[in-house]
Design a protein around this ligand. Structure first.
Ligand SMILES: Cc1cc2nc3c(=O)[nH]c(=O)nc-3n(C[C@H](O)[C@H](O)[C@H](O)COP(=O)(O)OP(=O)(O)OC[C@H]3O[C@@H](n4cnc5c(N)ncnc54)[C@H](O)[C@@H]3O)c2cc1C
Length: 410
């Protein structure tokens, strides 16, 4: 290739059209969605965010409002009240909500991605018709039950079991840390996907509903480090009769459902980190311009510049990675596990560093509860644990890369 060739190609009409591609708002629909989300956040999410965190309150009214605006059903099929949009839309929702209230965003994600999207993807027609429309509207609050008091990462070792009984199954066991497990004082969430063992190391997926005998709310987890605007609960299954119609897919399909949904789950969690990082950078940049020390704005000091510049560079890198993976993610398929793990591995740590830098730049004010950065710092930590720990991402990534080294260049 000679040095002249690129200039020659550039002059041909249409050749450079790809340069106008906007990774973050690729279509007019995405641009419209971003506008709706920003307005919703400014007018309705931000005013309640600090208070919901302080009171450890899941804001059911705000959740319904999100449903009214169509924000709970972005990736759900249009035939069932959703918008039929793609992974980029799901990432936008996560990113923009998390600039203000990551705790509320976690509740939205657990409902719309972990539960409703999973049912839309893996359920049969009757299950979709029963669960998806009420999820898209926000009438029901849903969640996903995988983690147990004694089993998290090592999911195939789960103890909650489902035994055959007549035409259906009976589920016994306990799940914990379940987002949306409750929606208010002593009140269960409405519907859940419950992973349970139907044989040793055989996992099946069941749809369990509030009101089924033996299904109850255990404890609400109080005093969480962060994500306090979401309700984390222990759920108890005491010989719960579940009709065969509530088995999702075939017996033993649970592991497949888990894997299929984990990609979008991890990607949208990574996008939450983007929102956290973005807000932290905005806050520390503004503060560093206003705050004076030794007769100058602290923004003039190299050490402060380093905090802001490093956080910005990492945010930009994480954002490009997350949106690029979203662009390529086939919501109906699977096989991008490496990328999904990589996005959360990188973005979660970048957000935590950005929040830490923001506190440092704000000094004592950064440490005080009334400043958003301390809340974001607490919230940021969850993304290193929930939906797969950093160590789980390390394990998955190396296993997949060893199996398919070509993926490094893909
Ligand atoms: C706020 C919050 C919300 C959540 N929401 C939900 C939800 O809605 N639904 C749900 O099912 N779960 C939920 N979880 C649970 C979450 O997904 C688990 O906490 C997570 O998967 C880790 O499981 P664990 O806590 O049991 O830790 P463990 O799996 O016991 O891990 C403990 C430590 O050991 C490490 N470890 C484990 N195995 C390995 C290994 N092979 N190699 C190296 N290190 C290893 C882990 O990385 C970690 O550091 C939530 C958790 C929180 C905190």
């Amino acid at each position: 290739m000679t040095a002249m060739q690129p200039a020659k190609l550039a002059s041909e009409p249409g050749r450079e059209a790809w340069r106008s591609f906007n990774l973050y708002e690729p279509t007019p629909e995405h641009a419209l969605l971003a506008g709706t989300l920003r307005a919703f956040v400014e007018r309705e999410v931000e005013p309640q965010a600090a208070d919901a965190d302080r009171k450890e309150h899941f804001n059911r009214e705000l959740f319904r409002r999100a449903g009214e605006l169509g924000l709970l059903g972005l990736t759900l099929p249009e035939a069932y009240g959703g918008s039929g949009l793609d992974a980029v839309a799901a990432v936008q929702l996560s990113e923009i909500l998390s600039t203000s209230d990551p705790g509320f965003c976690l509740a939205v994600l657990a409902h719309s991605i972990l539960f409703a999207h999973n049912v839309a993807l893996n359920g049969d027609e009757a299950q979709r018709a029963r669960f998806v429309p009420k999820s898209a509207s926000g009438e029901w609050v849903g969640g996903l039950c995988m983690t147990e008091p004694e089993v998290g990462t090592d999911v195939l070792a789960m103890r909650t079991s489902a035994r055959r009984a007549g035409d259906g199954y009976r589920i016994t066991g306990r799940k914990t840390f379940i987002t949306n497990g409750g929606v208010g004082d002593g009140e269960l969430g409405d519907a859940f996907i419950v992973y349970a063992a139907t044989a040793p190391r055989e996992i099946s997926s069941f749809l369990v509903e509030k009101g089924m005998p033996g299904f109850s709310l255990g404890q609400k987890w109080h005093d969480k480090l962060g994500m306090r605007a979401s309700f984390s609960a222990e759920l108890v299954f005491d010989d719960v009769p579940v009709p065969a119609a509530n088995l999702m897919g075939k017996r033993g399909d649970g592991t497949l459902h888990m894997m299929r949904n984990l990609e979008i789950e991890r990607l949208t969690l990574a996008a939450m980190s983007l929102g956290i990082a973005q807000r932290c950078i905005e806050v520390m940049l503004a503060y560093a311009g206003d705050r004076k020390a030794f007769g100058r704005p602290i923004r003039d000091f190299g050490q402060i510049q380093r905090h802001i510049a490093e956080a910005f560079a990492e945010y930009r890198a994480a954002r490009a990675l997350v949106y690029d993976v979203a662009r390529r993610l086939d919501l109906a398929g699977s096989g991008q596990r490496i990328d999904a793990d990589a996005t959360k591995l990188f973005a979660s740590q970048a957000a935590k560093r950005a929040a830490d830098s923001a506190i440092q730049v704000l000094g004592g004010y950064g440490y005080m509860g009334e400043y958003v950065v301390s809340r974001l710092w607490r919230d940021a930590k969850l993304i290193e644990i929930g939906g797969g720990t950093l160590e789980a991402h390390h394990k998955n990534l190396v296993k997949e890369l060893a199996r398919n080294p070509h993926a490094i260049r893909d």
